[in-house]
Ligand binder design. Structure first.
Ligand SMILES: [Fe+2]
Ligand SMILES: [Fe+2]
Length: 269
């Protein structure tokens, strides 16, 4: 890891090239301080690794091969849930840094980097909260196989900031808003308030991530003179494999500034 990065883009590339999840988290916090103190310029767009470095464990499997378990009073289902969510958050840390490192350029205002650094910091906190909760069950990240498809959206959109924003925060993170309240409810039903409370923190932060994604998507649209809803629908159809699946959490999506006019009746490509 670079001890004294010359720019945010360089720091992001170093974090993407770091395999250890806890090291990604501590380095994210350290860089956020350097940025807040005004000691780092954004830098020029870098070419971070196509895929971020990963630890030897977990084993990465095709999505269909990852075993699903129910949330019930037994701990195996909750360990599987926490593990799957920790894996998503680890990818989310890297996605935030990839946004910064890959798309840094002189035309983006400082607020762009403030926002994505905030996202990176919150994703790191989410990973740590989930990893700590796994430890309460005697488990740790790496114990179970994990989904190998989470970086596909990043690869698919690596050439275009508008496409990246359209798919990652505004499809994938928005999808998280749809499914998280259901998980929280099931956890409360089995009296696992501690895990439910962790998911509540994540849920609240993720509304902010969708909002940040929508704001910067609109910024890019304004620069190109494009209508945000039209361009979003076009980019999602071109770059996202699969359907936008109801039921949608319209109140959380509304809170993030993503009303139904964006995503209603969007045919799969
Ligand atoms: Fe997160
Ligand atoms: Fe997020």
């Amino acid at each position: 890891m670079t001890n004294a990065p010359r720019s945010l883009a360089e720091a992001g590339t170093a974090i993407l090239s770091t395999a250890d999840p806890r090291a990604k988290c501590t380095e994210t916090a350290r860089i956020a301080v350097l940025w807040a103190e005004g000691d780092l310029p954004p830098g020029e767009a870098a070419t971070p690794p196509g895929r971020p470095m990963r630890p030897d464990k977990p084993e990465l499997l095709a999505p269909a091969a990852v075993r699903r378990r129910k949330i019930n009073r037994g701990t195996a289902g909750r360990i599987a849930l926490l593990h799957a969510l920790a894996h998503i958050e680890l990818n989310a840390i890297d996605l935030a840094w990839d946004m910064i490192a890959r798309f840094a350029d002189g035309n983006l205002p400082r607020a762009f980097f403030d926002d994505w650094l905030r996202v990176a910091g919150e994703e790191a906190r989410h990973f740590a909260l989930l990893a700590d909760r796994l430890a309460d069950f005697g488990a740790s990240y790496g114990d179970l196989p994990a989904h190998d498809g989470l970086w596909d959206a990043a690869m698919e959109t690596r050439h275009d900031l508008a496409a990246r924003l359209a798919v990652v925060p505004l499809v994938l993170e928005a999808r998280g808003l749809d499914v998280t309240p259901v998980m929280i409810e099931k956890l409360r039903q089995v009296d696992d308030d501690e895990t439910a409370d962790v998911l509540e923190i994540i849920y609240r932060d993720e509304i902010g991530h969708v909002e940040i994604g929508r704001q910067w998507f609109e910024f890019v649209c304004a620069e190109h003179g494009a209508d945000p809803v039209d361009l979003w629908r076009e980019l999602v159809q071109r770059h996202f494999r699969g359907d936008l699946k109801p039921p949608f959490n319209t109140s959380a999506r509304d809170a993030a500034g993503l009303p139904e006019s964006w995503y209603r009746d969007l045919p799969a490509r």
